[in-house]
Design a protein around this ligand. Sequence first.
Ligand SMILES: C[C@H](O)[C@H](O)[C@H]1CNC2=NC(N)=NC(=O)C2=N1
Length: 93
Amino acid sequence: MAQLLTEAEIQDLANNLSGWTVEGSKLCCQRNFKDFLQAMEFVNKLVEPAESAGHHPDIEISYNKVRITLTTHDAGGLTQKDFELAKEISQIS
Ligand SMILES: C[C@H](O)[C@H](O)[C@H]1CNC2=NC(N)=NC(=O)C2=N1
């Protein structure tokens, strides 16, 4: 199982990850799109990296807004897997 990160590690990793915030034991990012269709097109692009990583975001869709939350459920908090997947998601437009 992936190791939980320390507070210092989390802050260090978060400082090098733009567009995401640390909220408790979660990494959060919100993306805004023109409309629902574009929001869903983006959400569908998350499937491949998540499946490849064997690590999955929690996704909340509200019309053209997509809120992505990452945490390692098996570990009960933030691990390297969350930051690695967040970096990949940041590359998706
Ligand atoms: C068996 C399977 O690989 C595990 O349940 C994976 C699936 N995707 C996951 N995603 C996230 N975010 N956290 C997990 O602990 C997790 N575990």
